[in-house]
Ligand binder design. Structure first.
Ligand code: UAG
Ligand code: ATP
Length: 512
């Protein structure tokens, strides 16, 4: 079985009674001889020597797995009063705190000793572009000769060691373990994708970011937050002195300016939009199928001409943000410019983000992770720039996630693509047909004369688009990105849009 998380290989033990003293917890009897070397919150990820933290979840109380944790070598349980009752017969010493999730970050930082300032931490937040900016940061740091660590929706990576990600931002215990491992191998800088949920759910507690970056804010996650203002407040929390030293804020969405007004840390601003005032400016140049050129202009007038191997104005905006984050952390702009010139531009590959899977001949086919109205609008706009023929869009909507964005996603697809193919995509526990109904109705209402096809099976949807498309046409498969599974009726089924697309192109006699 693949490892569930990356941990330090040589943790230095901490005394359990010192932990109690440090965090003001009542120490149970007979714990003086006990030492902890790690932290887990899942019965599926316990290592010998762990402090098992029993968290009350939406479905189950983690403390109800204290027996399993003990069997796997946990030395004690930290939980709340309800959890203490559940763990009472486990035979493990039980430490009680009011809110174990809120304590997890600081406790993990202490156990894994992640308080020293190594590696340098870069945090990226925003509705769209977090993963991309994190990969660009990682790529740029590599170009500067820095050993890096990376955690995104796609993967956790330290040098050659990698595991697939499940959550966008790991739970705090996992994140601190990852950073401790980074320190062991000499990682100098880590790029961390930070979701709003992660900030709200204490997953980045116990960390002090050197620089945090904000991409944009648009409609998403309104199943988790009552309104836009609270979604914004969650992101704003990352831009406080307790969590970050300084920030770089993109003013490309109106929420950037609000963030600048409300933050309590020093920030610098950047924009790629005409008519917006900012400290740094990205001037987007040529947008081609596989790359975008741009000029980054610094507040002191210096400038840097380079390119990013991804299409879309927003790829240039994302690259500009990443470069300024590096400058804010102390890297020299001229040194970055020299590395970019030497390498012919930014050297970064972002899996499943406008990833071109087609070859020289035939329609261009991109697989993307976009699943918000704004991402649809930006990606379709970007692809239109160089599409001489028709633009095809294949998409569905996530089940068990913000349903209020679905009509807007479908409307934008219908307005901006020539042919829309609506398929199933990750229905999870929802009825896939009901999701499709909303999308099809909204797409047809937006463009009654438009070509809107409903093909439940995404594999067939992709094949239909490839059959219909020709040289000069562009096909966008939006949603699945890098993912290798889809979830139907709560069950994970293997599905890779990238593999399907390549196969469909080959079957049609095109290159892939
Ligand atoms: C809403 C939310 O964030 N839920 C998270 C929460 O789940 P939960 O409260 O339902 O937990 P639970 O299943 O009741 O379990 C409670 C405790 O028992 C433990 N447990 C549970 C079962 C078991 O067999 N053994 C066991 O030990 C669990 O590890 C947990 O500690 O704690 C779980 C354990 O870490 C997370 O996996 C889960 O994320 C779910 C999967 C999720 O979908 N989260 C989404 C909303 C999310 O966080 N997304 C963001 C951003 C997305 C983006 O990029 O746009 C992200 O950062 O991923
Ligand atoms: N700066 C941007 N502005 C608007 N849309 C963008 C931007 N950058 C990327 N996108 C679009 O959003 C999609 C998702 O990009 P990415 O995965 O980098 O974002 P994310 O914030 O990590 O998303 P998620 O939170 O869902 O993981 C891209 O594939 C692209 O369609």
């Amino acid at each position: 079985m693949p490892a569930a998380s990356i941990r330090p290989l040589h943790p230095v033990p901490r005394s359990l009674s010192q932990l109690c003293a440090r965090f003001g917890l009542d120490a149970p009897d007979d714990i003086d001889h006990l030492e902890v070397t790690g932290v887990s919150i899942s019965s599926k990820d316990v290592d010998a020597g762990d402090l098992y933290v029993g968290i009350p979840g939406a479905r189950v109380h983690g403390a109800s797995f204290a027996d399993d944790a003990r069997a796997d070598g946990a030395v004690a349980v930290l939980t709340d009063a309800a959890g203490a009752a559940l763990a009472a017969d486990s035979g493990l010493p039980v430490l009680v705190t009011e809110d174990p999730r809120a304590a997890l970050g600081e406790v993990s930082a202490w156990i894994y000793r992640t308080d020293p300032d190594v590696p340098k931490l870069f945090g990226v937040t925003g509705t769209n572009g977090k993963t991309t900016v994190a990969y660009i940061l990682d790529g740029l740091l590599g170009q500067l000769g820095v050993l890096t660590g990376l955690t995104t929706t796609v993967e956790r990576r330290i040098g050659d060691e990698r595991i697939d990600a499940s959550l966008t931002t790991p739970e705090a215990n996992e994140l601190h373990a990852l950073i401790a491992r980074m320190r062991e191998v000499g990682v100098h800088a880590a790029s961390i994708e930070v979701s709003a949920q992660a900030i709200t759910r204490h997953r980045v507690d116990g960390l002090l970011f050197d620089v945090v970056g904000f991409t944009n804010l648009s409609h998403d996650h309104l199943d988790d937050y009552p309104d836009f203002a609270s979604y914004f407040e969650a992101k704003l929390e990352l831009f406080t002195p307790e969590r970050a030293r300084r920030g770089v804020v993109s003013l490309d969405s109106e929420w950037g300016a609000k963030l600048v007004e409300n933050t309590r840390i020093p920030v610098t601003t950047i924009t790629s939009k005409d008519g917006v005032e900012a400290d740094w400016r990205v001037i987007v140049g040529g947008q081609r199928g596989a790359s975008t050129t741009f000029t980054l202009v610094a507040p002191d007038g210096r400038s840097l001409d380079t390119s990013i191997p991804m299409p879309g104005w927003f790829s240039a905006a994302n690259a500009g943000l990443a470069i300024v984050m590096l400058v804010e952390s102390g890297y020299d702009l001229d040194q970055i410019g020299e590395a970019l010139e030497r390498d012919g531009g930014v050297d970064a590959f972002v899996p499943g983000r406008l990833e071109l899977v087609s070859g020289e001949r035939g329609p261009r086919l991109y697989v993307d992770y976009g699943h918000t109205p704004d991402a649809f609008e930006q990606t379709l706009g970007a692809l239109r720039e160089f599409t001489t023929g028709r633009l095809f869009m294949i998409f569905g909507a996530d089940g068990d996630r913000d349903a209020t964005k679905r009509p807007d996603m479908a409307r934008i697809a219908a307005e901006l693509a020539d042919v829309v193919i609506i398929t199933d995509y990750n229905p999870r526990t929802e009825d896939p047909e009901a999701i499709r109904r909303v999308l099809v109705d909204a797409a047809r209402a937006a463009r009654p004369e438009g070509e809107v096809l409903e093909i439940a099976d995404a594999r067939l949807g992709i094949r239909r688009a490839v059959e219909l498309a020709d040289d000069g046409d562009t096909i966008l498969v939006a949603g699945p990105g890098h993912e290798s599974y889809t979830e139907v009726a709560g069950e994970k089924i293997h599905y890779s849009a990238r593999d399907e697309a390549r196969e469909a192109l080959r079957e049609a006699g095109w290159q892939a």
